[in-house]
Design a protein around this ligand. Structure first.
Ligand code: COA
Length: 161
């Protein structure tokens, strides 16, 4: 399927569409207030959206901590999964991070979320530990993953096309 979306920085007007994806894709969705706080913190946060025909079909929020990047949230609208939207969002954010001299990236992902884990493996992330019962509502453990930016991924390139 053709890539017909563009990636740009998220704006306040994107909030309702981001929230709609967040609420359908996460068992513990962030609230509007949490997202506003996050997106307002432009010094340390970077939120981007993938937009197709004027509609937000995916979003990514990352946080910078000195020379590290934390993936805070990532979601693709369910009707658009499997098209490469999340891959494109991560690729764009990591290119920006390398330009900012960011050397490592980390994230937490539910242990059962193998789909997201596969995506992260392709970007060179590897599991380093578990945070027990990290997710309050489900009681599920989170896998903690780290990646060295710029280092080749095991079995594939760091940045998937
Ligand atoms: C995890 C998530 C963000 C992935 O988003 P996505 O946009 O579907 O991801 P991509 O399309 O880039 O890659 C996913 C799959 O599609 C495949 N794919 C990518 N581009 C494709 C294309 N053009 N045609 C067909 N398949 C494609 C990838 O190979 C990958 O396959 P795999 O799952 O078998 O490994 C999405 O499923 C989601 O929002 N899940 C719920 C929220 C969540 O788990 N977020 C992450 C929490 S840490």
């Amino acid at each position: 399927m053709a890539v017909t979306w563009t990636i740009r920085r998220a704006e306040r007007r994107d909030l309702p569409e981001i929230l709609r994806i967040e609420e359908t894709q996460f068992p513990e969705p962030w609230t509007r207030g949490m997202l506003i706080d996050e997106m307002s913190n432009v010094a340390t946060r970077r939120y981007t959206v993938a937009v197709e025909e004027g509609v937000v079909i995916g979003y990514l929020g990352v946080m910078f901590v000195i020379d590290e990047l934390h993936v805070n949230t990532l979601g693709t609208a369910s009707a658009h999964e499997g098209r490469g939207v999340a891959t494109a969002l991560l690729t764009e954010a990591f290119a920006d991070a390398e330009a900012r001299q960011i050397v490592r990236a980390t994230l937490e992902v539910a242990v059962s979320n193998t789909r997201a884990q596969r995506l992260y493996y392709r970007f060179g992330f590897a599991p380093v530990g578990v945070r027990p019962r990290y997710y309050e509502r489900t009681g599920e453990d989170a896998l903690v993953m780290w990646a060295d930016l710029g280092a080749p991924a095991a079995g594939g390139p760091t940045l998937a096309p």
